[in-house]
Design a protein around this ligand. Structure first.
Ligand code: FES
Ligand code: FES
Length: 944
């Protein structure tokens, strides 16, 4: 390699360095110089994460070859903008507006915004949005609105209309931060570019080996051999790691653990050894001295594969002659029933009105901006330490220990600052890969996937197929539903029963159905395996049930909003699982939403033109808070000599707000001590230091960690309390031999009931969240293009602990639902391998300002800490169907299979114009629906 010297003026300072003019980009050089505030995400010019100012111009540094950067060019990066003591207005505005969630996009966005404000200190919101669109600045967390708010605020400071003090967060007069919008503690490091994410850590790890994956290039094959000889001889290669190098059983342990599951959850290898079952399976890892050397050598590995028929969806995999993807495990491996009241077939046959339909939802990709990354090493005490993005730190240890062949009590999991996951890191596969590599090489290792590799390797939301029939009486009261909801699990069974269980809970909720006959099923296919994703398991059901609600409203001659209002559960009525709710605010939510619905309908009628039609869609949604009966969490509080209290937990924060949640819950629980927020220290997400708080899933963290915090605070304050009611100091406690550290526990076992295996009746969750979503769209009759003009939600997540954080989940969730409805997909392994190809929603797809709002009904929750529950997943349950229903309202065509791409809408419009519009035929999975119901009724199962 020929290298050369170059000099640039970086953040005002002359910097000389040596680089590879042929291969280095400006981003590579900056990061090698230690300026890792400049992140790299897509490495393809599609996300703007790497934006810097080059001679004053916003420049995506991942695309800019270093040879094309002039000598002595001026480069401005995030590190040069402000200091912790003297932030730039943009940095402070980002913090206080809640524009920082995971923060991975933040440095690039702020530098892009600086480029704008250097030219124009008084931009309009539209100009800000157009600027970010032009510069491809993408954010997956926020929904963009808070980012535009931050730029507008910073511009006011720069114009002298506001001071930095005006902008800063002010402590409430009563000193209470619970319910305020106090900025996240982690935001400061993120706006300064000082926060090191996984790949940044790898840049700074001594003796590190870089890993590259070998993928098979097909989706179903038998592995006959693997020739690694050329790769082993390649420059810089330390070792090529295959399944033979793994000490353990090479299987991830993700138990399906359900009597109705015909799989044990041990199908997934860490490195594939017998079969390829998806495009993203890993056949080998190459460990080399540089990332480029590892990738070059990985391309030299030669697999010998015997092709097998590929089943890209659950439909093909259900064909009678389909091979078992995992021999011995039926492709249709889980069927769970929900049976309430009379058999729905009979009730529906006698109902005044019925509608039926078949619906498909896509394998939605999470589209995080940070491709998956993890590091591992064995420390001086022989502890295998794994840094990663896991949402379930302790669970990951249990899931990989046997597979890698290392004792769980000698493993330590650490959560890196994380460019978000929205659920996919519930799957433990990346930690397992770096673990086996660290053990096989004896050196620290780091793996950062390219964006295409990330797309192929990581799990996705399960695609779904459903057939359903819904009925009502002559007054529009629902009478019953029958449905079959099939989750396309992809290639591995991971938590397949838990997923199907969601299908037996949220199809048609929050409406009262006296009679329900339903099946939820999980089926394997040769595609990316499904994993957790915000809203887990519910959007698939709502894709069908909230469209059927509109269809039935139309058939009954009732407005869709009023039809829903008539049918939401009233006090004393039960869900399809036969339970009631301690709190049930749907009437208040819909009352709050009604004026907006009317206003949007009037505007849609007014603004429709001959060629651009507007329409409005409304849906309701719900989600559980805690997912299974017997949920358990622990945290610890310790009083320090300085009077500060340290909180220890594993609330896996990936930008959703675990840090500030921990802060406000602790501050509120310790109010009697009168401590200030800065006297609360947090030690989080390191299994060597923190008790098990459980996974960050099922919208459970705030509630479960909050209850455990209350318990720990009670124990600590009881120990500190003197007979006269005053509190002991740390010195007094130690003098009296009173412990200063207490573990708090919360557990839902006594208050919840698992679902009955034969009827689906029961209530495994301690709390719920509720909401309604309203969308206005404009459909271009000439192109089929749908634009979401407005989206609003009214939600009830209990008493709010931090408003900015809940807003972030709400706006971010709605943004994901718009993408899910209109563009996002992971099916075509070429087209959908990139962010743009997979339909990433950029800022121009998302409404803004008064057309994008969230309102709250804050009904205190009896079971939650300080009246709170959880929040994240509500906002990504059913909103996508509001968009689909709005398209129907606008142009009279119903999109049964997501996403509603322009081509699809245009084809439907054409078919309608030609009088040949027909709904899709029912999906068939090899078994008659009522035969299966009968089989379940006559062959009950039990946990024994
Ligand atoms: Fe450079 Fe995405 S645009 S990393
Ligand atoms: Fe923008 Fe996470 S905060 S991608």
């Amino acid at each position: 390699m020929a290298v050369m010297k170059k000099t640039l003026i970086i953040n005002g300072v002359e910097r000389m360095f040596i680089c590879d003019p042929e291969n280095d980009t400006l981003a590579d050089v900056l990061r090698r110089l230690g300026l890792t505030g400049t992140k790299v995400g897509c490495r393809a010019g599609q996300c703007g994460i790497c934006s810097v100012l080059l001679d004053g111009e916003v420049t995506r540094s991942c695309l800019k070859k270093i040879r094309a950067v002039p000598y002595y060019a001026r480069v401005e990066t995030i590190e040069g903008l402000g200091t912790a003591q003297s932030l730039h207005p943009l940095q402070l505005a980002w913090m206080v507006q809640g524009a920082v969630q995971c923060g991975f996009c933040t440095p690039g966005f702020i530098m892009s915004a600086k480029g704008l404000l250097d030219q124009n200190q008084d931009p309009t919101r539209e100009e800000v949005r157009a600027w970010f669109r032009k510069n491809r600045n993408a954010c997956r967390c926020t929904g963009y609105k808070q980012i535009v708010d931050a730029v507008m605020d910073a511009a006011k400071v720069l114009r002298g209309e506001k001071t930095m003090a005006d902008l800063a967060f002010r402590m409430p007069a009563d000193g209470r931060i619970y319910g305020s919008s106090i900025p996240r503690p982690a935001a400061l490091g993120k706006v300064m570019g000082a926060c090191d994410y996984g790949d940044d850590l790898a840049q700074k790890t001594p003796d590190v080996l870089h890993l590259a994956v070998v993928l098979p290039g097909c989706s179903h094959a038998r592995i006959k051999g693997l020739d690694t000889s050329e790769a082993e001889k390649a420059p810089g290669v330390f070792k090529v790691i295959t399944a033979r190098d793994i000490r353990g059983n090479n299987r991830l342990a993700l138990p399906t653990a359900h009597p109705r599951a015909k799989a044990d959850g041990l199908e997934q290898p860490i490195i594939s050894d017998q079969k390829v079952v998806r495009f993203g399976d890993v056949l080998a890892l190459v460990a080399a001295e540089t990332p480029a050397q590892a990738r070059a050598a990985a391309a030299l590995v030669q697999p010998d594969l015997e092709p097998l028929p590929e089943y890209p969806t659950a439909l093909e995999a259900s064909a009678p002659d389909a091979l078992e993807i995992h021999p011995g495990v039926p492709n249709l491996f889980v069927t769970l029933p929900v049976l309430k009241g009379e058999e729905a077939r009979k009730v529906l046959d006698e109902s005044a009105h019925t509608v039926s339909g078949s619906f498909y939802s896509t394998r939605q990709p999470h589209l995080v901006l940070e491709p998956d990354t993890a590091q591992a090493y064995v420390d001086a005490e022989g502890v295998l330490t794994i840094h990663c993005k896991a949402l379930a730190l302790q669970v990951t240890i249990d899931a990989i220990s046997d597979g890698i062949g290392f004792p769980p009590d000698k493993m330590r999991m650490i959560l890196n600052p994380t460019g978000a996951s929205f659920g996919y890191t519930m799957s433990p596969e990346t930690p397992a890969l770096v673990a086996v590599a660290a053990l096989a090489t004896g050196r620290p290792v780091s793996l950062t996937l390219s964006y295409p590799e990330h797309q192929h390797f990581t799990g996705k939301r399960a695609a779904s197929f459903s057939n359903a029939r819904l009925g009502c009486d002559a007054e529009g009261k629902l009478t019953g539903v029958e449905y079959e909801l099939v989750y396309d699990k992809g290639c591995y069974t991971e938590y397949g029963a838990a997923l199907a269980e969601m299908g037996t809970r949220f199809f048609t909720l929050p409406y009262y159905l006296p009679n329900v006959t339903g099946l939820a099923r999980s089926v394997l296919s040769n595609h990316a395996h499904s994993t957790a994703y915000r809203g887990y398991g519910s959007p698939q059901g709502y894709t069908a049930s909230e469209q059927l609600m509109d269809m039935l409203a139309e058939k009954s001659g009732i407005d869709p909003f009023e039809f829903r209002y008539k049918n939401v559960i009233r006090p004393g009525l039960t869900s399809q699982n036969g339970h009631g709710f301690a709190v049930y605010p749907m009437i208040e939510i819909l009352d709050r939403m009604r004026p907006r619905y009317q206003a949007l309908k009037e505007r849609a009628a007014r603004e429709s033109t001959d060629r651009k039609k507007r329409g409005v869609g409304i849906v309701c949604g719900m989600f559980n808070v805690t997912g299974y009966s017997g949920d358990h969490a622990e945290v610890a509080l310790e009083l320090g000599p300085d009077g500060a209290v340290t909180h220890f937990n594993t609330w896996e924060d990936q930008g959703q707000g675990g840090d500030v949640g921990t802060l406000v819950l602790t501050h509120e629980a310790l109010r009697p001590l009168g401590i200030r927020p800065d006297q609360i220290k947090m030690v989080m997400n390191d299994t060597a230091l923190c008790p098990p708080t459980g996974m960050a899933a099922s919208s459970r963290s705030h509630l479960m960690a909050g209850l455990a915090t209350l318990d720990a605070a009670r124990k600590l304050m009881d120990a500190m309390r003197k007979p006269d009611g005053a509190f002991r100091t740390h010195a007094e406690m130690t003098a009296e031999n009173i412990p200063t550290k207490y573990v708090g526990i919360s557990d839902t076992a006594a208050a919840t009931t698992p679902l009955d295996l034969n009827t689906g009746q029961g209530d495994p969750s301690i709390e719920y969240t509720f909401g309604a979503f309203l969308a206005e769209v404009e459909v271009d009759l000439d192109t089929g293009q749908t634009r979401v003009v407005a989206m609003h939600t009214v939600g009830d997540v209990g008493v709010i602990g931090n408003k900015a954080v809940v807003d972030g989940q709400a706006y971010g969730g709605m943004m994901h639902t718009i993408g899910f409805a209109l563009s996002e997909n992971y099916f075509d392994v070429k087209k959908h391998a990139t962010l743009a190809g997979a339909g990433f929603p950029y800022i121009d797809m998302i409404p803004d300002g008064d057309d994008f709002t969230v309102e709250y009904v804050e009904t205190p929750r009896p079971a939650g800490p300080h009246g709170s529950s959880g929040c994240a997943e509500l906002f990504q349950t059913s909103g996508h169907v509001a968009v689909i229903n709005a398209i129907y309202h606008a142009v009279g065509v119903r999109v049964h299979d997501l996403p509603a791409t322009p081509e699809k809408v245009l084809a439907l419009l054409k078919a309608k114009a030609e009088g040949r519009l027909a709904p899709p035929p029912p999906y068939f999975f090899g078994e008659d629906f009522y035969d299966t119901i009968e089989e379940i009724k006559t062959n009950p199962v039990s946990w024994e």
